[in-house]
Design a protein around this ligand. Structure first.
Ligand SMILES: *Cc1c(COP(=O)(O)O)cnc(C)c1O
Length: 397
């Protein structure tokens, strides 16, 4: 057996393979250069074109672009009318922005546990936590797999709740044949470079509700009713600020990049699903590795491919050993309420969501991005096998 790199052996790869990476092509670069030579660097024709194409791709009536996924989440909390005294329920197994956005508006995020198989927010756990102050549920499509949205929409009817799906992982996923972005009251996406489509920094909210769409548009530009392009077209200087908003606008430079990338989304998804299938096949029989559980009624978008390590292995050691093999593994996520800020502000002590915490102790995200070559995929498979066999003796000694 080959010696592990962590023990001084030769690493599987000589160069580092990150867990996620953007793919920017020549046509993207040319599109950005053209915008730099144009009249509109922000809130121009490319913003409108990107929003329109995005709404169509998601099967939604409206898409409102933001300067980041976090800003888009903040906008959706504002549009839902959440303020002081209002409560929301979300999953702890997410990036902290999912719940921070509730705090920005003075609301209180609560956490309900995840299902042990999909690691998505469990509707039964949520139902037990709904109370008279609950205004919204924020399910996250963890790793790119939609949560059980029908169950959440049922809850929303029963208790008059807003469903805001954090689909920052799930552009291009489907749930029971319906597209992510067309199902919840609002669906939020991110265009950070590790996500499917990038604008550098950027985000989007889709909705079928005209009233929510206009609130979302106002909030991203100071709460002002019109935008600069509309005022220029109308030849008028007057405007009214109706709400307290922010400057959360996406530039036309970012918009044109996003729109150019969106045209390759199908190939991007196809490649990610191919890689996931190769991982599944390679790891199903491998001792110590549990592959991600996928519902039969979804099409996964595979922003991430998180494995779990079994009891006889030490996750921290497996992580370090894979890093030493030059495989850029990561962990998604530290349960949000275990961060110092949440512990201090709300008195969380650990143990509140046992499924999420147990998963957190085992999770390792393997490299997953559409630009991976077949050799990259083979390297990951080889390194995981090498490390699991190499560390097993230690674990069972
Ligand atoms: C990436 C991400 C965000 C935040 O998006 P940014 O564009 O980085 O602000 C929010 N939620 C989840 C689940 C994410 O993965």
């Amino acid at each position: 057996m080959k010696e592990l790199a962590i023990h001084g052996g030769e690493p599987v790869r000589s160069t580092f393979l990150p867990y996620g990476r953007q793919a920017v092509e020549e046509q993207d670069i040319q599109a950005v250069v053209d915008v730099l030579r144009s009249d509109w660097l922000t809130t121009g024709p490319n913003l409108a074109a990107f929003e329109e194409a995005f709404a169509e791709r998601c099967g939604a009536k409206h898409a409102v672009a933001y300067s980041s996924g976090t800003a888009a989440l903040h906008g959706s909390i504002f549009a839902a009318g959440i303020g002081p005294g209002d409560e929301t329920i979300t999953t702890p197994l997410t990036f902290c922005a999912t719940s921070n956005c509730v705090l920005y508006q003075g609301g209180r995020p609560h956490f309900a546990d995840v299902r042990r198989d999909t690691l998505n927010l469990d509707p039964e756990m949520v139902a037990r936590k709904v109370c008279k102050n609950t205004k919204a549920i924020i399910p996250v499509a963890y790793a790119g797999q939609p949560a059980d949205l029908d169950a959440f929409m049922d809850l929303s009817q029963k208790h008059d709740l807003c469903i805001i799906e954090d689909a920052c992982h799930a552009l291009g996923a489907t749930y029971k044949g319906r597209k992510t972005g067309s199902i919840a009251h609002m669906t939020v996406f991110s265009f950070h470079p590790v996500k499917h489509v990038t604008t550098g920094e950027g985000g989007m909210v889709t909705t079928n509700d005209e009233r929510l769409a206009s609130r979302l548009r106002r909030f991203r530009s100071h709460g002002i009713e019109s935008d600069a392009r509309q005022r220029q077209a109308a030849g008028q200087w007057q405007y009214d600020m109706i709400d307290l908003g922010y400057n959360y606008r996406l530039t036309d430079i970012g918009s044109v990049l996003g729109n150019s990338q969106l045209r390759r989304l199908e190939a991007n998804l196809k490649r990610r699903r191919e890689i996931a299938q190769r991982y599944d096949e390679a790891f199903l029989q491998l001792p110590g590795v549990v592959v991600p559980g996928v519902r039969r009624d979804v099409e996964h978008a595979y922003h991430l491919y998180p494995i779990e390590v079994a009891d006889d292995w030490d996750r921290a050691e497996v992580y370090r050993a894979l890093r030493a093999e030059n495989i850029g593994v990561n962990v998604h996520y530290i349960p949000v309420y275990l961060h110092s800020y949440y512990k201090k502000a709300f008195g969380y002590k650990g143990g509140e969501c046992p499924n999420a915490e147990d998963a957190y102790g085992r999770l390792i995200s393997l490299p997953m991005f559409h630009g991976m070559t077949d050799q990259d995929v083979a390297d990951v498979i080889e390194a995981v096998g090498k490390v699991m066999f190499g560390l097993r003796k230690v674990a069972t000694a």
